[in-house]
Ligand binder design. Structure first.
Ligand code: XMP
Length: 325
C-alpha cells in the first residue's frame, strides 16, 4: 500500500475542520494544476460530487466534468447532477445521454457478471470518447477515498464501475484520498452540497442494471425506476431514509397473474430490500413497520405500470448478498 494516512491527521468532524481541509486542498490543487485543465467523471455519487465541488472552488472552469447517463440511473439522478453542478455551481459540465448505447448492448444479456462487464466497458468507452474531444487536459480527478486504498482487494474494487482507462496519460488529482466516508460527507456539507447528495445511500456503479434482474427490457427497467422512486419517497416520509443503510427495489424477469379493474392483469413483482451494515460484508434486515409496507404496496401497485405484487426480502447477508445480482 503506497499511501498511508498520517497518524497525526485529525478526524474531520466539524465544519471548522472541514473548512480548514478545504482551504488546504484548494492551495495544493492550484499549485499542482496551475492553469491546466482537469477532467472528472461525475456520477453524482458522494465522492465524485464532493471532489467536483472542491475543484470548482479551487479552479473553476478549468475543471471539466463529464456526467455519463447510462440509462440505469435512479429517477431524477442525472437531473440533480445538472441542477446542482451546472445551474447551481456554474460548472463546466458535459452531459452525455448514452442510454440507447448501453441498453442496446445489454439487450438479451441475462448473466450478471456479463452485464457488469458491458456496463463498465462501455462507460470507459464513452468517457474516453468525450476526453478525446477535449484538448489540453493534463489531469484526471478521481473521488478515491481512504477505504478504497485500504480495501483495494475488497468489495468495491472488484466490481466497481467507473474505473477509468489505465492508458490515459494524465496525472491523478485525488483530493479526498485520505478521508473516510463520514469525513467526505462533512466536507461536502461544508462545501454547500445538498443533504440528499451528501447523505445518500450507496448506489452500485452498474446502477439499476443489476436490479432489473436477468435480461433488461426498457419497460421493466422503467417499472423498476418508478417503484424505486416510490420506495425512496416513502422512506423519506417516515424517517427510515435517515437510519437504513441501503434500500431499493429489484424486479425479476417473471410475471404472475393478478386482477385489475375486474380484468386479468399480469405483472412483475417488486421486491423490497432494506439492509443495515457497517462494511457491506455482512448485513442485517431493517424492520419496516407494516403500515409503511402497506402504503408502499398500495402506491407501487396503483401507480406503476406493469407491477402487480410487492414482496419483502427478509434475507440477511450471508446468505443473501445485498444486491440480487
Ligand atoms: P453485495 O451485493 O456484494 O453488495 O452484497 C455489497 C455492496 O456493494 C455494492 N455493489 C456494487 N457496487 N459496483 C459497485 O460499485 C457493483 O458492481 C456492485 N455490486 C454490488 C452493493 O450495492 C452493496 O452496497
Amino acid at each position: 500500500m503506497s499511501i498511508v494516512r498520517p497518524e497525526s491527521m485529525e478526524r474531520i468532524t466539524t465544519k471548522e475542520l472541514a473548512d480548514a481541509f478545504i482551504e488546504e486542498q484548494i492551495k495544493e490543487v492550484r499549485e499542482t494544476v496551475g492553469d491546466k485543465k482537469v477532467l472528472l467523471a461525475l456520477s453524482g455519487g458522494v465522492d465524485s460530487s464532493v471532489v467536483a465541488a472542491l475543484l470548482i472552488k479551487a479552479i473553476g472552469k478549468q475543471l471539466v466534468c463529464v456526467h455519463v447517463n447510462h440509462g440505469l440511473m435512479r429517477k431524477g439522478e442525472s437531473e440533480q447532477v445538472i441542477e446542482v453542478f451546472k445551474n447551481g455551481l456554474d460548472a463546466n459540465l458535459i452531459y452525455v445521454d448514452a442510454t440507447d448505447r448501453f441498453l442496446d448492448l445489454l439487450k438479451d444479456v441475462a448473466e450478471p457478471e456479463k452485464k457488469r462487464k458491458i456496463i463498465g466497458g462501455e462507460f470507459i468507452k464513452v468517457f474516453d470518447e468525450e476526453a478525446a474531444k477535449l484538448s489540453d487536459i493534463k489531469f484526471l480527478a478521481q473521488g478515491t477515498i481512504y477505504p478504497d486504498i485500504l480495501e483495494s482487494d475488497g468489495v468495491k474494487a472488484h466490481h466497481n464501475v467507473g474505473g477509468l482507462p489505465e492508458d490515459m496519460e494524465m496525472e491523478l488529482v485525488e483530493p479526498v484520498k485520505l478521508l473516510y466516508k463520514d469525513e467526505v460527507r462533512v466536507v461536502g456539507s461544508a462545501l454547500g452540497l445538498p443533504d440528499e447528495m451528501v447523505y445518500r445511500q450507496p448506489f452500485p456503479g452498474p446502477g439499476l442494471g443489476v436490479r432489473c434482474l436477468g435480461a433488461i427490457t426498457r419497460d421493466r427497467l422503467e417499472a423498476l425506476r418508478e417503484a424505486d422512486a416510490i420506495l425512496r419517497e416513502e422512506f423519506d416520509n417516515c424517517g427510515l431514509a435517515k437510519t437504513v443503510w441501503q434500500y431499493f427495489i429489484a424486479v425479476p424477469d417473471m410475471k404472475s397473474v393478478g386482477v385489475k379493474d375486474s380484468k386479468r392483469y399480469e405483472g412483475w413483482p417488486a421486491i423490497i430490500r432494506a439492509v443495515n451494515t457497517t462494511d457491506a460484508m455482512t448485513a442485517t434486515i431493517e424492520e419496516i413497520p407494516y403500515e409503511v409496507l402497506h402504503k408502499i404496496t398500495a402506491r407501487i401497485t396503483n401507480e406503476v405500470e406493469g407491477i402487480n405484487r410487492v414482496l419483502l426480502d427478509l434475507t440477511p447477508k450471508p446468505i443473501g448478498t445485498i444486491e440480487w445480482e
